[in-house]
Design a protein around this ligand. Structure first.
Ligand SMILES: [Zn+2]
Length: 337
C-alpha cells in the first residue's frame, strides 16, 4: 500500500511533465475551442511557513499569490470568469470560460476576496453546513495534525485518510474522538476553522461570492443510504438558506463521489448544476439540469508545480493524464476532497 502511494506520485509527476510538452504543442498547433474550465481549491495559504506548520493538511498547498497568478493567466488569455447564474443563463458555443470553486468552507477563504476584487471575478464557495453550525474542524486536518504530533509518516496519514473516505462522517469523527480525545475536533486556529454562521452570512453578501452546497456533514454520499443522501443535500440547502437568505443552485459532491441517484436527489433538492473532481474541459453551452450539467469536471491546481504550466495543460484539448484517467488507468488524481 505504501509503495503504491509513492509509485503513484512518481508516475503522476512523469505524466504531468509529458503533458506540459503536449499542451504547449497542442495550443500552438491546434489552438483552443470554446469550453468551460472549472478549478477546485481548498484552503488558501499566506506563505510557506503556514504550509509547513502542521496545523492543517496542506492538500494542494496553494498560496494567495499563486491564486492571483492562476487568475492572471486566464485573464491574459481572454477567458471570461463566470458564476453558476451565467451558466444557467446560457454560454456561447465559442466562449472560453472559467468557473473558480473552493470546497469545504474554510474561513481562510476570505483571503481570496482581495484577489477576486483585484481581477473583478466571481467564485463559488461550497459549504459543509454542519461544520459551520458546530464550529467543527475537518476530520482530514485532525488526522494530519494528530498523526504528525505522534511522528507518523505522510504515507500513514494518507492511508488513514483514504480508509476514512469509505466511512460516514459520524463514524470518522467518533473514531477521532476515541483515539485523540473529546476535543480533537475543535479547531486550533484561524487556518483550520470553518466560517462561523455570522461570518458566512456576511461573506455571502459580497458581490463576487456565490455559495454552493457541499452537504451538511461533508458526507461522501456513496457511503450513505438513499434517505440519508436526501437529508444531507436538503439539509445543507436549508441551512445555507437560513444562514444567508439565498439557496444554492450548484452542488460539489464531497470527494467527487456521485451516482445517477445522487444527481437526481440533488435536482429534487432544487440544484441545477453539480461539479465533480474529475479533471477535464466542459463543452459549452451547458444546459442546466442536464446530466453533464450535474457533473461538470474540475481541474486541481497544485502549489508545488508551475502555475502557468498547469493552466496551459488545462487549456489543451489533448492530455495524456486525462486520457489515462478516463480509461481508469489512474484511479485517483491525487489527494482531493
Ligand atoms: Zn470537500
Amino acid at each position: 500500500m505504501l509503495r503504491s502511494v509513492k509509485t503513484h506520485a512518481l508516475l503522476k509527476t512523469a505524466i504531468c511533465s509529458l503533458d506540459q510538452i503536449i499542451a504547449n504543442a497542442s495550443l500552438q498547433l491546434i489552438g483552443e475551442r470554446g469550453a468551460l474550465l472549472s478549478f477546485l481549491f481548498h484552503g488558501l495559504f499566506q506563505d510557506e511557513g503556514e504550509l509547513s506548520a502542521g496545523v492543517v493538511d496542506p492538500q494542494q498547498g496553494v498560496t494567495v499569490e499563486m491564486f492571483g497568478s492562476f487568475i492572471g493567466h486566464f485573464k491574459n488569455q481572454s477567458y471570461k470568469f463566470i458564476s453558476p447564474a451565467d451558466i444557467m443563463e446560457g454560454l456561447q458555443p465559442q466562449g472560453k470560460y472559467v468557473l473558480i470553486t473552493f470546497d469545504d468552507g474554510y474561513y481562510n477563504n476570505v483571503r481570496a476576496l482581495p484577489v477576486l476584487e483585484e481581477f473583478d471575478v466571481p467564485a463559488v464557495f461550497f459549504i459543509s453546513t454542519d461544520h459551520v453550525r458546530r464550529g467543527k474542524a475537518y476530520w482530514w486536518d485532525v488526522i494530519f495534525r494528530e498523526f504528525g504530533r505522534r511522528g507518523r509518516t505522510k504515507d500513514e496519514v494518507r492511508v488513514a485518510q483514504n480508509k476514512c473516505k469509505r466511512l460516514k462522517t459520524g463514524a470518522v469523527e467518533a473514531w477521532l474522538k476515541a483515539e485523540f480525545g473529546e476535543h480533537s475536533l475543535t479547531p486550533v486556529g484561524e487556518l483550520d476553522r470553518p466560517f462561523s454562521k455570522s461570518e458566512l452570512g456576511k461573506f455571502a453578501n459580497h458581490r463576487l461570492v456565490v455559495l454552493g452546497n457541499h452537504t451538511k456533514d461533508h458526507a461522501i454520499l456513496t457511503n450513505y443510504s438513499t434517505a440519508e443522501i436526501s437529508e444531507q443535500i436538503q439539509g445543507a440547502q436549508d441551512a445555507i438558506g437560513e444562514m444567508t437568505g439565498k439557496f444554492p443552485d450548484i452542488i460539489a459532491y464531497p470527494n467527487g463521489e456521485y451516482s445517477e441517484d445522487i444527481m437526481q436527489m440533488a435536482q429534487a433538492a432544487g440544484l441545477s448544476l453539480g461539479v465533480v473532481v474529475e479533471p477535464g474541459k466542459n463543452k459549452v453551452p451547458i444546459r442546466a439540469l442536464a446530466r453533464e450539467a450535474m457533473r461538470m469536471k474540475r481541474f486541481i491546481i497544485w502549489g508545488n508545480s508551475g502555475i502557468d504550466a498547469q493552466c496551459r495543460a488545462s487549456r489543451s484539448d489533448i492530455s495524456l493524464y486525462r486520457t489515462l484517467k478516463q480509461i481508469h488507468f489512474i484511479t485517483r488524481a491525487g489527494f482531493s476532497y
